[in-house]
Design a protein around this ligand. Structure first.
Ligand SMILES: [Zn+2]
Length: 158
């Protein structure tokens, strides 16, 4: 099978964001990372290509622009609560509370803002945004939490 690959560090599919992982010894503290996203798309060649690099990059960039320089807030976190009051999010875990303005927050339907869950989230978002032809079979997307370490989610496209 053929594949195409887009390197996020080289093609500017990057963003910076804050996050926290409740109950993790160090990551429970609010902190940030420089992230990048790689995507590999597997499929048969149709009209000379597997998928259009330009379209995929454009949609990924617009998605990342929404997250850039915000706090990634997991909306399905089970060991934390988040409540919106007067345009601010009140986030509580481990008996500690942070209040963050709504416009500084990116709401994400995940349990933890780990690179693993973010990788799966981005695959589902890109599948919503890009109409792939039926020659496309697999999407594989990696989220780098800084250079040198990444999590990868691979999904078969129906
Ligand atoms: Zn972190």
């Amino acid at each position: 099978m053929m594949s195409i690959f887009i390197d996020g560090w080289e093609t500017n599919l990057k963003f910076s964001a804050a996050h926290f992982i409740p109950y993790h010894n160090k990551c429970k503290r609010l902190h940030g990372h420089d992230y990048a996203i790689d995507i590999r798309i597997y499929g048969e060649i149709k009209n000379g290509m597997v998928a259009d690099f330009v379209v995929v990059k454009k949609e990924l960039r617009s998605l990342l622009e929404n997250i850039d320089h915000k706090l990634i807030l997991p909306m399905e976190g089970k060991d934390m609560t988040q409540k919106k009051e007067n345009g601010q999010y009140k986030i509580t875990y481990e008996g500690k509370t942070m209040i963050i303005p709504e416009e500084f927050v990116y709401l994400c339907n995940i349990e933890y803002s780990s690179s693993e869950e973010l990788a799966r989230f981005f695959v589902h978002e890109i599948l919503k945004r890009v109409h792939f032809e039926n020659n496309v079979k697999i999407i594989e997307l990696s989220v780098y939490e800084g250079p040198g370490q990444k999590a990868t989610w691979r999904e078969n496209v129906e």
